[in-house]
Design a protein around this ligand. Structure first.
Ligand code: GLC
Length: 553
């Protein structure tokens, strides 16, 4: 029996309701529009949607500044439309994860409004205050160059308040039991409306000790266990997918020794070294990052990704590695952000070259974890670097070559639809790619099917095969008496490799899962493989009767 831990072997699709599909012609995407597109997502084959914030918000950080946790921004529809949407997902077997942004609220949230205007307000202690400006107020900014401080003076309160992010995002005092109870209530509310878990924003900051006197904030890991227990009692298959850009040595503290804290985390170290591998052809740092993040409880899983809605953060690479990625993918200043990253979408970074896009996705999908893709990447959408900060990669979905890319009938979309150059909607859109069997969209659909049919990756153990040529990565996954082997050539030139796959007799036969090719080992048990520039090959080890051989344990 395959267990109920659905997230161990799934494909997650991230989208923002605001820019997906507008049903009422006001230029803003909405839940009704999203519901109309669910068959598209079902056809693509994704198992789950991660929805970016859609609650009531002044929208100064794209919804990551929530002003009412229990309501929907009216521009996106009503709670009724939301439930219609989660029901539509359920009918199609798609699970829904939503962003849970509880490190901070908007400064417009009634809690903060009350807290700042009255020292005796019951909400005063929901935030962090200081009479004097703390000594470390100019440290730890998340958005350097845009954000000036982490403590800002509030006239109304007559005190400084703490904000890890922008100044309009006052941090919640998450150690306060009332705040914790409210977080559970928020989770309970959305679970009741049909969601299956949360992408928890900024986890290390949610659980950090906060306050003016805290020099070295310790994490309060027990909070994660409380969240998880609550969720699992309410709905057994619901999960927390944490955004935690942390050092690998701390992973287990987030997952819990017994797998009793959060179920999933994004794998930031692998993400960064993957881009370095794509830039340089050097796979060693990525293999090292995989090794450092190998250990995890049986119930835990990593989310693997290429790009997300934020900048590509390269902060954990060495200076030389970071410069190599900048040089390859974001050489100009306006492509970079916050002194540490690149704000472009993937397709323009790779020059719109489908071969390299396929390599990047094939590689990401074949790493130990659950792939998370971002709307528009399946058709190779571009970015609009005229938009500020991270908005450049958040433009509306390009559905067709009709006006506004088929996103809206309004001529004033919430963000401009990309309409110039090679990435404009006239060239890059879903309708056109659907008609072309060789398009990135149809390729992505095949990749998703291939990935879902290889549960060895999600469930199994992996071995990086050695020795192969520089620039070549060969990973074998083993699970329940079956193995798959996936080989990538990151170099722009062809290469020949000789591989001993292991796996005894079975290892002598490799069947390509996506192609009609196969390989038989020579007398010494070695396979000779010719890999084109940027080639990727997915093999079943030992032939196609593998399901007859699968064991239950
Ligand atoms: C997370 C989000 C980012 C947001 C920030 C503040 O890092 O991914 O988009 O700006 O949290 O909520």
């Amino acid at each position: 029996m395959i267990s109920d831990l659905w997230y161990k072997n799934a494909v997650i699709y991230c989208l923002s309701v605001e820019t997906f599909m507008d049903s009422n012609g006001d230029g803003v995407g909405d839940f009704e529009g999203l519901s109309r597109r669910l068959d598209y997502l079902a056809g693509l084959g994704v198992n789950a949607i991660w929805l970016m914030p859609f609650q009531v918000s002044p929208g100064k950080d794209d919804g990551y500044d929530v002003a009412d946790y229990y309501n929907i921004d009216p521009r996106y529809g009503t709670l009724g439309d939301f439930v219609d949407f989660t029901h539509g997902c359920k009918q199609r077997g798609i699970r829904v994860l939503i962003d849970l942004v509880v490190n901070h609220t908007s400064d417009q949230h009634p809690w903060f409004q009350s807290a700042r205007s009255d020292p005796d307000s019951p909400y005063r202690d929901w935030y962090l205050w200081s009479k004097k400006k703390p000594a470390n107020a100019d440290e730890g900014m998340i958005f350097p160059g845009v954000q000036e401080s982490t403590w800002t003076y509030d006239e109304k309160a007559g005190e400084y308040y703490f904000h890890r992010f922008y100044e309009f995002q006052p941090d919640l005092n998450t150690a306060n039991p009332h705040v914790q109870a409210e977080i559970l209530k928020i989770m309970g509310f959305w679970i009741q409306l049909g969601v299956c878990g949360f992408r928890m924003d900024a986890v290390p900051f949610v659980i950090a000790e906060k306050g003016a006197d805290i020099k070295k904030p310790k994490e309060q890991f027990e909070m994660l266990r409380t969240f998880r227990e609550f969720l699992q009692w309410r709905k057994g298959d619901s999960i927390i997918l944490g955004e935690a850009n942390i050092l690998p040595k701390d992973n287990i503290k987030y997952f819990g020794d017994d797998g009793d804290r959060i179920q999933m985390m994004f794998n930031f170290p692998v993400n960064q070294s993957l881009f370095y591998a794509l830039a340089s052809g050097d796979t060693e740092p990525m293999v090292a990052a995989l090794e450092q993040t190998r250990e995890k409880p049986h119930t835990a899983q990593f989310g693997m990704f290429l790009r997300n809605h934020d900048e590509l953060d390269l902060g954990r690479l060495s200076e030389d590695q970071r410069q190599a990625v900048f040089a390859a993918f974001g050489p100009e200043k306006h492509m970079q952000l916050y002194d540490r990253g690149i704000r472009r979408r993937l397709a323009p970074m790779l020059g719109g070259d489908q071969r390299r896009l396929e390599l990047a996705y094939s590689l990401m999908f074949s790493l130990p974890g659950t792939p998370v893709i971002r709307y528009g990447d399946e058709i190779g959408m571009g970015d609009d670097l005229d938009l500020p900060e991270r908005n450049c990669a958040r433009t509306p979905m390009q559905w067709s070559d009709e006006p506004q890319g088929g996103f809206t009938t309004s001529d004033k979309p919430v963000l401009p639809v990309i309409s110039k150059g090679p990435f404009g909607f006239e060239h890059i859109n879903v309708a056109e790619q659907r008609r072309d069997p060789e398009s990135l969209l149809n390729w992505m659909e095949r990749l998703i099917r291939m990935r879902k049919e290889a549960p060895e990756i999600g469930w199994g153990d992996y071995t990086v095969l050695d020795p192969v040529k520089p620039g070549v990565l060969a990973i074998r996954y083993d699970w329940r008496n079956n193995s798959v082997l996936i080989v990538h050539n990151l170099k722009p030139e062809p290469v020949e490799i000789h591989l001993d796959v292991g796996c005894g007799e079975h290892g002598k036969l490799l069947i390509d899962i996506a192609d009609s090719e196969s390989s038989e080992a020579d007398g010494k048990g070695r396979h000779r493989l010719l890999l084109e520039a940027h080639a990727y090959r997915w093999f079943r080890v030992g032939g196609l009767d593998y399901l007859l051989r699968r064991t239950e344990l």
